[in-house]
Design a protein around this ligand. Structure first.
Ligand SMILES: Nc1ncnc2c1ncn2[C@@H]1O[C@H](COP(=O)(O)OP(=O)(O)OP(=O)(O)O)[C@@H](O)[C@H]1O
Ligand SMILES: [Mg+2]
Length: 279
């Protein structure tokens, strides 16, 4: 009997402004899912200026560019031979960093990039895709094939909010399943004169989840290369990232030995993924 291949969950991080935390939150999501024992591949589709490898302090020998080249040469090749591995203690997950050199990022076809993610989702439980802040052909293709889109925003300047409104309206007009797009506010308590309530009113929708501003925790994660959810950080940011993941997976947070000392409580909230993805 033919083996049934279960398709993994694709979670894409998208925004309509840069520097809203897509990369920071996506590496933390990949890390926490890996810590829970899931097979995870984190793909950096910020092809020109990707930061995933930098934020993880990961040397790059293989990138999206190499994976696509290998796939073209041999469509049957096992893509897992073309990935980097991030390790922290016993926790590990695979990473496909953005091309190392700028000239390698040109002319990568959207069709091939999409096919790569479709192949990866047959090999991993979760494929996390970090993107850029634009409605590009590649990003639209990723939004189409994703199980969940984390649409991240921050409330800082009027143009950022205007673009979030345009982005949210556009996503609604694309008629995606309403459960698919998760509007998440990051850096919620950064000092701004604009209230979250005013933004929600403008958007005509409440935020699905809110992540706090924590400059110290975010900078420490990037400078050490150890994602907050793995380092045992007791920051509220780490706790809220874990809570967001619990809502996605429908699994309560249970700290491992490395995370003990964190003041996080186990949270259990309803989510779509537990029903979508049979483990
Ligand atoms: N919740 C947070 N609190 C404080 N700082 C944060 C938070 N989230 C992200 N940052 C910081 O904001 C900066 C931008 O984050 P990040 O690179 O993840 O954004 P991005 O959306 O991926 O940006 P780009 O569009 O340029 O790829 C980083 O310095 C990061 O440390
Ligand atoms: Mg980024």
């Amino acid at each position: 009997m033919a083996e049934e291949k279960i398709s993994g969950v694709v979670i894409t991080f998208f925004s309509t402004a840069s520097a809203v935390g897509k990369t920071l939150i996506s590496i933390n999501m990949a890390s926490e899912l890996a810590r829970q024992g899931c097979r995870v591949c984190l793909v950096d589709y910020d092809l020109q200026f990707g930061d995933v490898a930098n934020y993880l302090k990961l040397p790059v020998e293989h990138s999206v560019y190499d994976a696509l080249a290998e796939m073209k040469k041999n469509p049957e090749a096992d893509i897992r031979q073309q990935v980097e591995q991030y390790r922290y203690g016993t926790i590990c997950f695979d990473v496909l960093p953005a091309p190392e050199f700028l000239d390698q990022s040109y002319n990568l076809s959207t069709e091939a990039c999409t096919e790569l993610v479709e192949k990866l989702r047959l090999l991993y439980d979760y494929v996390i895709v970090d993107t850029t802040s634009m409605f590009s052909k590649l990003n639209l293709a990723m939004l189409d094939i994703s199980t969940i889109v984390t649409f991240l925003g921050v409330v800082d300047f009027i143009p950022t909010i205007k673009n979030m409104k345009i982005g949210n309206d556009t996503l609604q007009n694309l008629n995606y399943d309403t459960h698919k797009i998760r509007l998440v506010l990051n850096r919620s308590d950064a000092k701004t004169r604009i209230s979250m309530e005013a933004v929600q009113k403008l958007l005509g929708e409440g935020f699905y989840h809110v992540l706090p501003n924590d400059f110290r925790a975010a900078s420490e994660s990037i400078s050490t290369g150890v994602p907050l959810v793995l380092s045992g950080s007791d920051s509220v940011l780490a706790e809220e990232i874990r809570r967001l993941i619990s809502r996605y997976t429908n699994r309560a947070y249970v700290p491992g030995p490395e995370q003990l000392g964190s003041r996080s409580e186990a949270h259990h909230k309803g989510g779509l993924l537990g029903r979508l993805f049979r483990r």
